[in-house]
Design a protein around this ligand. Structure first.
Ligand code: PLP
Length: 361
């Protein structure tokens, strides 16, 4: 067996221990003679898997009782519609557009009401987070929306915007469970799990109870109503059972690592190794304003396309995979999610140093 260091932005690297355990349980999950994939979602066995996964997730994030945790399908992109359909009572919402995912969410919301773009960093290719300490929030706004960690551009909100009392809705797909958060600052915190938590195909949404009601846009499909899933404890229809099982394993793994405080410390150390090198390199540069740098997604460039292409190709030959940057930024991007070990980052930096020495003229 030979595993590579996988720097993909998602689907992404998962803890080896989790994958190993899942493969051991593949044919016979805890003596029941079948795989979790083959199990009824109404079985006692699966109900326990779901209950434990939710309990561990709540424990990791210290989620208070007045928040529901929903496991839903359709990916993060489906929430771009579900959120306005469920929340836009006044048909108004304020969006902070700091990258393509926030922009897509904002564009989708325009189908359902007035979606104001109240701040953006598009003037500088989304390379920073705008000052959101005193924004003009629409009095009618039903919520304020952000993408907290911008996967493509590598920026992160270090301070949440001042929403002046409006519920904050945050897409945390690419920083999910990477550090502790104060859930009570959010109306909704949601994310696709395929980056930091598990396989693709599911969203976990943490929703304050007062934002879940029957009073949604009349055309809202049953499957997009938060209330449908909240009332049924995420078992209204057949959920993504295998994904829930894998996420549950990752929650257990996170608890074993010491929880989110420990993950934050480790993630900071890993990112520092790469950022320190970028700041000292004569060939590679980071693309993001320093104070807004993400711990999870780190884009960098050489400034020359041929050199970038050569780097990505040679890195792959050395076992460092998926370093090509997003097509809109170019260059490279290293995603250092929870499951990326420090050794992977050190190998990457050692490779970058060698590449720089061999290619600087
Ligand atoms: N939001 C963010 C921040 C993302 O990075 C992504 C995907 O990469 C999405 C949303 C879209 O997720 P999905 O493919 O699950 O719809």
């Amino acid at each position: 067996m030979s595993r590579v260091y996988n720097f993909s932005a998602g689907p992404a690297v998962l803890p080896e221990e989790v994958l190993r355990e899942a493969s051991e349980e593949m044919l016979d999950y805890r003596g029941c003679g079948m795989s979790v994939m083959e199990m009824s979602h109404r079985s006692k066995m699966f109900e326990r898997i779901l209950e434990e996964a939710e309990a561990d997730f709540r424990e990791l994030l210290h989620i208070p009782n007045n928040y529901k945790v929903l496991f839903m399908q359709g990916g993060a992109s489906q929430q771009f519609a579900a959120i306005p359909m469920n929340l836009m009572k006044n048909k108004v919402a304020d969006y902070i557009v700091t990258g393509q995912w926030a922009k897509k969410a904002w564009q989708e919301a325009q189908k359902y009401g007035r979606a104001n773009k109240i701040a953006t960093s598009e003037d500088k290719m989304y390379s920073y987070i705008p000052d959101c300490s005193d924004l003009e929030i629409d009095e009618q706004a039903d919520y304020v929306y952000i993408c907290e960690n911008n996967t493509i551009y590598g920026t992160k909100f270090k301070t949440l915007p001042n929403t002046k009392g409006k519920p904050l809705v945050a897409d945390v797909s690419s920083c999910f469970l990477s550090e502790p958060v104060d859930i009570e600052k959010y109306g909704i915190m949601y994310g696709g799990v395929q980056k930091n938590i598990g396989p693709a195909g599911m969203v976990i949404s943490v929703i304050r109870e007062d934002l879940i009601s029957e009073d949604v846009m009349p055309e809202t499909p049953t499957m997009l109503k938060f209330k449908t899933h909240a009332d049924a404890n995420s078992l209204y229809n057949t959920p993504n059972t295998y994904c829930i099982y894998m996420c549950g394993k990752v929650f257990q793994w996170l608890k074993k690592q010491g929880g989110l405080e420990a993950m934050k410390a480790y993630n900071e150390k890993k990112a520092q190794v790469l950022y320190d090198f970028l700041d000292s390199s004569k060939m590679f540069q980071g693309t993001v304003r320093k104070e807004d740098r993400s711990l999870m997604n780190i884009p960098f460039v050489t400034g020359k396309k041929e050199l970038d292409d050569k780097f990505v190709k040679e890195a792959e030959a050395a076992g460092l995979y998926n370093l090509k940057g997003h097509r809109t930024v170019g260059g490279m991007r290293a995603s250092l999610y929870n499951a990326m070990p420090m050794e992977g980052v050190k190998e990457l930096v050692a490779f970058m140093k060698n590449f720089e020495e061999g290619n600087l003229k």
